[in-house]
Design a protein around this ligand. Structure first.
Ligand code: ARG
Length: 466
């Protein structure tokens, strides 16, 4: 440690001597919370301006502090602030540098404030911004999915259950399923943002302050919608961090599902999809390899996001009111969430945008009528046959088709009639997948009219985007 760090740390006024280096090593958090410098500085500027307006500190000192804090912000951005473990966290690093720039006047800043309400504010400002960043990236992936969906309105493939070919859908319908998920994610981030956007400043260490602060004024200056209503809760509440983390975890889980399908679809076995080389990776050993790491990392990242959420929940569990130092441990999972999610969303957006889908392979996977067995059963239902009876008749036909080695679509009208007397020759027309989709026009179904309406709805919702 150099000579400068020997100055008594701000928070050791009542303690003798210096902290043991082993305690310092455990306590330091600047390596994580240094990322919050901008939020911390904006919060301090709003706070000291309010103090001046309330006549608590001299106006000239407040002006000097605000200007110097702008400089500290630039220095942080340029990586010019050297981290000093004995200064612990971002708050004390900012305050110490401010002291170097404006001298004694820097001491006016912290009136009516504690690092407890300060860090709670910094996090709320970070969460608000994090929600906006995630929302923007969600929109970018949704637009990429939507563009491919528009290009593949008529591309047919089997929809799967149990990863077994089930019934025909269009690729547009399949891709729009992800757009729906991500649309819900956007709603979730908007909710998280709304609840986070209140100011805890003025809660002090836990019991407010005797100074006549104007809490609403500080909140307004920071673009926040209001102020927290219980000081004990305000300094120890991490709900918004947990909610952000949950929103990130669930969005990541959605991306892991998309990632899994990209992994499957880009295999030789499936062959539904090819990634652009710019979004594919090679092997250091096997020269022929083209890997879908982008999709695998999307799956893997979800593990990290789930872990972050669990860390935050476990950290708050059983904590007595109000602030406890355990809460410092929230930085890594909190800060990691939006960062990792945005990176994943953007990489996937690029991969989806530039991917090629192989319509003919998908069409072939539909087989020759297997995916339309349910349609044949519904044909009988339309003729007044109870569904269970229809199901059994078509089941027999399917078993016969397997035994005879002839696909369902190749059975003759006479053969169909042998499985149920209500089968007429027109049943043969039910074995066209495009025709099958045209009959599926309930709201939310994969019928072409429905899909067209959904494409229009999402185009409108995402217009302008971000
Ligand atoms: N670095 C601390 C944290 O993130 C700031 C609050 C410190 N408060 C205290 N009473 N030691 O939790």
């Amino acid at each position: 440690m150099n000579a400068k760090t020997k100055a008594k740390p701000i928070s050791r006024a009542a303690l003798s001597g210096e902290a043991d280096p082993r305690l310092v090593a455990l306590s330091v958090s600047i390596q994580d919370d240094g990322a919050l410098y901008e939020e911390d500085i904006r919060g301090s500027q709003a706070h000291v301006s309010m103090l001046a307006a309330q006549g608590i500190v001299p106006k000239a000192a407040a002006r000097r502090i605000v200007a110097a804090l702008d400089q500290v912000c630039d220095e942080f951005a340029a990586g010019k602030i050297a981290f000093d473990p004995s200064l612990e966290d971002v708050h004390t690093h900012v305050e110490r540098r401010l002291g170097e720039l404006v001298g004694k006047d820097a001491g006016y800043l912290h009136a009516g404030r504690s690092r407890n309400d300060q860090v709670a504010l910094d996090e709320r400002l970070f969460i608000v911004r994090g929600c906006d960043r995630c929302d923007g990236a969600l929109v970018r992936l949704m637009q990429a999915l939507l563009a491919q969906a528009k290009a593949h309105e008529k591309t047919l493939l089997p929809g799967y259950t149990h990863l077994q070919r089930a019934q025909p859908v269009s690729l547009a319908h399949h891709l729009l399923a992800y757009v729906e998920m991500l649309g819900r994610d956007r709603e979730r981030f908007a909710e998280v943002r709304r609840r986070a956007a209140v100011s805890p400043l003025g809660s002090g260490a836990l019991a407010g302050t005797t100074l006549p602060l104007d809490r609403e004024r500080t909140a307004r200056a920071l673009g926040l919608a209001g102020v927290t209503q219980n000081s004990l809760d305000a300094v120890s509440d991490r709900d918004s961090a947990i909610e952000l983390s949950f929103a990130c975890a669930l969005a990541s889980v959605h991306l892991s599902r998309l990632g899994e399908e990209v992994v499957l679809w880009t295999t030789r076995e499936f062959g539904f999809m090819t990634l652009d080389d710019a979004f594919a990776t090679g092997s250091s050993l096997m020269p022929q390899k083209k890997n879908s790491d982008v999709a695998e990392l999307s799956r893997g990242r979800a593990a990290r996001a789930i872990g972050d959420l669990v860390s935050l929940l476990a950290m708050v569990k059983n904590l007595p009111l109000a602030y406890n130092r355990d809460l410092q441990e929230d930085k890594r999972p909190l800060l990691d969430g939006p960062r990792a999610l945005v990176l994943t969303l953007d990489a996937l957006a690029g991969a989806v945008e530039t991917a090629t889908f192989h319509a003919e392979v998908m069409r072939a996977a539909l087989g020759d009528g297997e995916a339309l067995a349910t349609d044949a059963a519904e044909y009988l239902v339309e003729k007044g046959v109870p569904f269970r009876e229809a199901h059994e008749a078509v089941g027999k036909a399917a078993a016969f088709s397997t035994r005879a080695g002839r696909p369902l679509a190749r059975l003759t009208a006479a053969e169909w009639a042998s499985f149920h007397p209500r089968f007429g020759a027109d049943v043969l027309r039910r074995f066209d997948p495009a025709e099958s989709l045209r009959r599926r026009e309930l709201p939310g179904a994969p019928g072409p009219k429905q899909v067209k309406a959904q494409l229009a709805r999402w185009s409108k919702a995402l217009r302008g985007g971000r």
